[in-house]
Design a protein around this ligand. Structure first.
Ligand SMILES: [Cu+2]
Length: 241
């Protein structure tokens, strides 16, 4: 325990040493075979680094615990909602309940991750979704040709695009007049998988552009995310192949 300081000092010395060695290595392409001493240094260094990494992990774990508490609170929330919206679902394996007139989606940056929460909401035809910026800067925009994206909303449905919401507490609303399944994305974080879904009404899963194989042009992470969302949507709509 008391060895913290000496260790740190030794590491700094080692790091400084390797930097010099590294630079030398870069400039002399044909030359000197670095020597055995450098290799030893490197080995020692990487071991100590591992030790540091472990400490890091512990910190992260604490973080996660905090998050878990958070999640529990959210779960309680959901239960209340489910009770009031008494549904005819059998399994109860979905926080996606029956359509409601209004739904709220939170946009947040948390531990370097970007989310719409919940990922899937469901409203009635004519229902409204309010997007609420909790942390970070986000946008919400329909997968629609008007937004230069493939159409992953029902045929004839209106597009929306909030533009970037930078202020905490900023909101954006959209009213859904066309029954069906809508995928939408956050412009700055789309490629990181910040994508969500709105189910409107009681659509037939067949004939929903959103539920087809996600287009190649979207890239790997968005396609992966959309496939995951579609699994949940199909489940909520009782659609199994
Ligand atoms: Cu975002």
């Amino acid at each position: 325990m008391t060895s913290t300081n000496p260790t740190r000092r030794r590491m700094l010395a080692l790091v400084a040493g390797t930097t010099v060695a590294g630079l030398a290595g870069c400039s002399s392409s044909g030359g000197q075979p670095g020597g055995g001493t450098d290799t030893e240094h490197l080995e020692e260094e990487s071991t100590e680094h591992h030790g540091e990494a472990t400490e890091h992990h512990e910190e992260e774990t604490e973080h996660h615990e905090e998050e878990t508490e958070h999640h529990e609170e959210e779960t309680e929330h959901h239960e209340e909602e489910t009770e009031s919206g008494h549904s005819h679902e059998e399994g109860g394996h979905g926080e996606i309940g029956d359509p409601t007139d209004q739904a709220e989606v939170t946009m947040k940056t948390e531990d370097g991750e970007y989310h719409f929460a919940p990922h899937v909401v469901r409203v009635t035809v004519g229902g409204t979704v309010t997007f609420h910026n909790e942390s970070g800067s986000h946008s919400t925009a329909a997968y629609h040709p008007d937004n230069d994206r493939p159409q992953l909303v029902p045929d004839g449905a209106a597009a929306w695009n909030s533009g970037l919401l930078t202020e905490q507490g900023a909101t954006f609303e959209h009213t859904f007049e066309t029954e069906g399944v809508y995928h939408y994305y956050c412009k700055p974080h789309e490629t990181l998988g910040m994508i969500g879904t709105v189910i409107v009404g009681e659509p037939d899963a067949h004939g929903q552009p959103a539920l087809e194989d996600p287009p190649e042009e979207l890239g790997e992470e968005p396609r992966h995310k959309i496939a995951q969302l579609n699994e949940r949507v199909n489940e909520a709509l009782g659609h199994t192949h």
